[in-house]
Write a protein that binds this ligand. Structure first.
Ligand SMILES: Cc1cc2nc3c(=O)[nH]c(=O)nc-3n(C[C@H](O)[C@H](O)[C@H](O)COP(=O)(O)OP(=O)(O)OC[C@H]3O[C@@H](n4cnc5c(N)ncnc54)[C@H](O)[C@@H]3O)c2cc1C
Length: 438
């Protein structure tokens, strides 16, 4: 690398956001370089992970013929509400999920990200791995003119830089677009384990007809000790992905170690049978930015666009992040193409990126769920008291006790009243509704 390395555009980060931006720009005719600090794209990345194909199809309409390395289509999905010793399961399964390609697939990032980056190379992007961008270079008027990297003579120039550096958005912070480190109240730490099992065993345990079926379950309640957070259990081809995530503030406040929370969750009587005899294949931890719409970094500066986790584009309630990242990357790429056409890379011109995002589901959803993290934080009963109540109520409801049903119903109401006053329930419901409506 040397000072003569000039491109039309530079992308920092080889995750879904960065690769989506790079492909969009290369398809539009720009000479584009993507710089990734990992040994290869995906080497350092981890997610749950359910991948939604709508965002991929918008970038690569022929993606299916390029044989993406998906695990299983998601043909059954839903929630488990865990009490310490039982589970209320709300799962949806149907023929509607069985089209090909499906709307969602489970995937492992160590396989998906390299494939996605490979598609960028096919479109003409130069992908440079094992290289960390250390600074966005600016001229004396503050306009981005390229980047510096950790390589000797590692300067690369371009009039536009897309920052898709993920949750540790150091460059976004350096430019003053984000306000310092993520506050522990708004960032979750998730730990995930991939546990190998024979395909047929997974199918028998989860009631699947074959490798053409798969399950994605998000789990609340005892999985996170009733604290704000979620857990998940997803089927891969020859493994299950299991994990748990909690806000950093909760981990610190309750002196919890994430790997201990995961070990406890794995030992739950409703979970253990799905993992029995499996071989641990991978273990990792990653942060999830959950500060939402109101605390997002600025998305543009002169010659700079920010996309994906670097801009906190995660809808944790619906476990969506990769599709927001890909869509934002695509829209950043389209904005860069327009800037090249107009030869105007000013922040004023690049604000078209924010407008595009505002018209898409990305900012609409982030805006709608802007209060979700605060809601869970300020309404601790939601994932503790109510989840335990629902489990106990279900047990009473589904068991005959030799008493009239009207008495049984009164007993169930009594169980709730023991835990929460009528006013408390009404207030929690109002807060939940407000949190869902935005
Ligand atoms: C446990 C967990 C479960 C999740 N589950 C789901 C799910 O089921 N479905 C879903 O859609 N989303 C899920 N997400 C969210 C999803 O993973 C993210 O939203 C998504 O990966 C964001 O993509 P990105 O490209 O913005 O960032 P990333 O995927 O983090 O990519 C950023 C890239 O930038 C590179 N990089 C960083 N700094 C530099 C630098 N200075 N120089 C060069 N390279 C750099 C990194 O190495 C990395 O490759 C989950 C996340 C976690 C942690």
């Amino acid at each position: 690398m040397g000072a003569d390395l000039r491109f039309d555009a530079i992308v920092v980060g080889g995750g879904p956001a960065g690769v989506a931006a790079a492909i969009t720009m290369a398809k539009g005719g720009l000479d584009c370089v993507l710089i990734e600090r990992g040994r290869f794209a995906g080497a350092k990345n981890l997610f749950g992970g359910v991948l939604y194909t709508h965002a991929l199809a918008d970038i690569l309409p022929d993606y299916w013929s390029r044989q993406p390395p998906f695990e299983r289509p998601v043909t059954e999905q839903g929630y488990w509400l865990l009490s310490p010793d039982s589970a209320m399961r709300i799962l949806h399964k149907g023929e509607c999920y069985k089209g090909e390609p499906a709307a969602a697939y489970t995937a492992l990032r160590a396989r998906f990200d390299p494939w996605f980056a490979e598609q960028a190379v096919r479109e003409g992007v130069l992908v440079i791995p094992k290289t960390t961008v250390t600074e966005v270079r600016r001229d004396d008027q503050g306009r981005a003119i390229g980047v510096a990297t950790d390589r000797p003579e590692g300067e690369v120039s371009a009039p536009i830089v897309v920052l898709a550096e993920g949750v540790n958005n150091l460059l976004t912070q350096q430019l003053g677009l984000a306000r310092g480190d993520l506050p522990p109240r708004y960032v979750a730490l998730a730990v995930k384990e991939v546990i190998g099992l024979p395909s047929a065993e997974i199918e028998a345990r989860f009631g699947l007809a074959g490798p053409q079926e798969g399950v994605a379950i998000d789990i609340f309640g005892d999985a996170t000790l009733g604290l704000p957070g979620t857990a998940f259990l997803y089927t891969d081809t020859k493994a299950v992905s299991i994990g748990v995530g909690l806000l950093l503030e909760e981990l610190v406040h309750h002196n919890l170690r994430p790997y201990e929370v995961l070990a406890r969750f794995k030992a739950h009587p409703a979970v253990r049978p799905y993992l029995a005899g499996g071989t641990p294949l991978e273990y990792g931890a990653h942060l999830i930015p959950e500060q939402g719409y109101d605390r997002m970094p600025q998305l543009v500066a002169d010659g700079v666009l920010v996309a994906g986790d670097a801009a906190c584009m995660v809808d944790a309630l619906h476990r969506e992040g990769t599709n927001l990242a890909m869509t934002a990357g695509r829209l950043a790429g389209e904005t860069a193409l327009e800037a090249h056409r107009e030869q105007d890379f000013s922040a004023r011109a690049l604000r078209a990126y924010r407008r595009r995002l505002a018209e898409s589901f990305v900012l609409k959803d982030l805006k709608q769920y802007r209060r979700m993290t605060d809601l869970l934080d300020s309404t601790p009963h939601l994932l503790g008291t109510y989840v335990n109540f629902i489990n106990e109520a279900a047990q009473r409801y589904f068991t005959a006790h030799g008493i009239p049903k009207r008495e049984m119903e009164a007993e169930i109401l009594g169980l709730l009243r023991e835990r929460r006053s009528f006013l408390g329930v009404a207030r929690d419901l109002m807060r939940l509704l407000r949190g869902m409506r935005g």
